[in-house]
Every structure is written in structure tokens, then in C-alpha cells.
Write a protein that binds this ligand. Structure first.
Ligand SMILES: C[S@@+](CC[C@H](N)C(=O)[O-])C[C@H]1O[C@@H](n2cnc3c(N)ncnc32)[C@H](O)[C@@H]1O
Length: 289
């Protein structure tokens, strides 16, 4: 089966964590979602696929721009996050937002109706494929000729304060873990711009552009709130794996000091550095309307 490990991860504890922290993640990543919607420039009546939609924030944002007549479909591997997304769509539906659907599907292998979407978008949901060329070819085939692909993915981990500020403080006390580089599925697998250009060109896309997007990412209401959140993340589990209690306590105290230094009355903001990637399926089938 494709993406077996990722499916177990996102359908299990990681998905539960992300669903439970949905409001925080949406506040953290919301500015990147806005950049995606702006770059896609969705029109009423269009059909848009949100890949790795998670709890559905970007799907709902784009759906607002597709009415009347359009549709946003969010797909994901994670039952807990999709459940959250459906509940939110239900609430939005009561407020008059139609045309949103969510489905549990693997973007790499799902048989989409060919050429059925005007746009394929993703907010940090396309870095986890075990076979990226196959996955991006599959997504490209789902785009109509002339359709647009727009997504964000993280740039180099060293450029990302949301990871490096806490990690650098902890690393004074604990050994350097493996955060996953560009060689396999993981948050930084699309950090190399040449790799991304090659991948998308290989999938048959053109007009490929990568723009740097840096956003002050809100992590929590205070140093303490942010610390509590970080302690519940997978990053914490990776950092503190095989570390005894005393060392872990010293490492967390160092992280707490680093976060307090960055706290102001609006909370803790650490920079997030991403690529905003845009591309197009060649051809010129007319858009709807
Ligand atoms: C970092 S989270 C981002 C979630 C959401 N896009 C957001 O911005 O809040 C990555 C998401 O990609 C999903 N994902 C990973 N691999 C996938 C695949 N092959 N097909 C569909 N979704 C996938 C995960 O389940 C997870 O929800």
C-alpha cells in the first residue's frame, strides 16, 4: 500500500493532536493559506481540490470564493482531522456556505476524474508522499488543461524559527535528532527549489514559480502557553526520545527561556519560511462561466 507509514501517523496520534489543536494551527498557518487563495484567484463556479486538507481551514476559505455553483473538495489521510473538517463545514453550511466536501483519500493514488479540477491547492500537505513523482503526476492529471496548482511547503529547516528557536535551546542539553531532511517524506522534503521545479516539470506542469513567503507565525498566547503546546507535539517526542528525565527538564527550561524572550503582549511569534509554489497544466480549456 502507498504511504502506509504516513497513513498510520496521520490517522493516529498526529491526526488527533492536529485536530485537538485545530484553532492554534489555523492561526499559525492562516497567513500562508491567505497567500495560496490570493495566488489561486478562485472564481465562482470553479472546482478546487485541497490536498492534505487536514481540519479543512483552507478548503473552507477557498469554498467561500467558489460560490455560487463551484465546489471545494478536501482530501486527507486523517480520520480525526476530516471529522473536524466536516463539523466545521456543517457549521459553515448553516451560515450559508455550500459546495464543500471532504473525503478520506490518498492523493498519490486516488483515481480522480481526469481533468476535473480548475485548481489543486495545498497548505503544507504535499511533502509526505513516498513517491512524489507519481503523486504529482496523479494530481496534474486531475487538473483541466490550463488549471492551476498552488501550494506552500517549508523552506530549509534552518530558515524556520518555529522549529529552530525551540530546537536550538533544547540542543544545549540534548543530542541533535533527525528531523527528516529532503530525502524522504517529511515537512522539509520539498525545501530544495530545484527539486521542486524538476518534480513539477516531470509531472507535466509549466509556468512553475517559487516565491519566498516569510510570515511571523503565532505560536501561542504566552511563553508558557507555547511551551505547553510544543510539549504536546511530535517534535518534542523526537527531541526528547532516549533522554533521561533530568536532561529533559533542563532542556525544557532552556526552551521556556527562549520562548519568554520572544513573548510580547500579542503572544509568541516565530518566523515561518515557506515556498509559495505556483504552476499550470499546459493547455487552454475554457474556465467555467
Ligand atoms: C502538516 S498537515 C497540514 C494540514 C492542513 N493542510 C493545514 O494546513 O492545516 C499535513 C496533512 O497532509 C495530509 N497528508 C499527508 N499525506 C497525504 C496523502 N498522501 N494524501 C492525502 N493527504 C495526505 C496529512 O494527513 C495531514 O493532514
Amino acid at each position: 500500500m502507498a504511504n502506509e507509514e504516513q497513513a498510520a501517523h496521520w490517522d493516529g496520534s498526529a491526526g488527533e493532536h492536529w485536530a485537538a489543536e485545530q484553532e492554534r494551527y489555523d492561526r499559525m498557518l492562516g497567513p500562508f493559506g491567505e497567500r495560496i487563495v490570493e495566488a489561486l484567484d478562485p472564481r465562482p463556479g470553479e472546482r478546487v481540490l485541497d490536498v492534505g486538507c487536514g481540519s479543512g481551514d483552507l478548503t473552507l476559505r477557498v469554498a467561500e470564493r467558489l460560490a455560487p455553483g463551484g465546489e471545494a473538495l478536501g482530501i486527507d489521510l486523517s480520520g480525526p482531522m476530516l471529522e473536524r473538517a466536516r463539523r466545521r463545514a456543517g457549521a459553515a453550511g448553516l451560515a450559508g456556505l455550500a459546495g464543500v466536501r471532504f473525503a478520506r483519500a490518498d492523493a498519490q493514488v486516488h483515481r480522480f476524474e481526469p481533468a476535473s479540477f480548475d485548481g489543486v491547492i495545498s497548505r503544507f500537505g504535499v511533502m509526505f508522499f513516498d513517491d512524489p513523482p507519481v503523486a504529482f503526476a496523479n494530481l496534474t492529471a486531475a487538473l483541466r488543461p490550463g488549471g492551476r496548482m498552488v501550494f506552500t511547503c517549508w523552506r530549509d529547516l534552518l530558515a524556520n524559527e518555529w522549529l529552530m528557536v525551540p530546537a536550538a535551546a533544547a540542543l544545549e542539553h540534548v543530542p541533535m535528532p533527525d528531523f527528516g531532511g529532503s530525502s524522504g517524506p517529511g515537512p522539509f522534503s520539498l525545501a530544495d527549489p530545484d527539486d521542486v521545479r524538476g518534480l513539477l516539470a516531470g509531472a507535466g506542469l509549466d509556468h512553475i514559480e517559487l516565491a519566498e513567503v516569510d510570515e511571523p507565525t503565532w505560536m501561542g498566547a504566552s511563553g508558557d502557553d507555547t511551551l505547553g503546546f510544543l510539549q504536546r507535539t511530535e517534535m518534542a517526542a523526537i527531541l526528547m526520545a532516549d533522554v533521561d528525565e533530568e536532561l529533559a527538564a533542563r532542556a525544557w527550561a532552556a526552551v521556556a527561556r527562549a520562548l519568554d524572550e520572544r513573548a510580547d503582549p500579542d503572544g509568541v511569534h516565530l518566523q515561518g519560511s515557506a515556498w509559495l509554489v505556483t504552476a499550470r497544466r499546459p493547455g487552454s480549456a475554457a474556465p467555467p462561466g
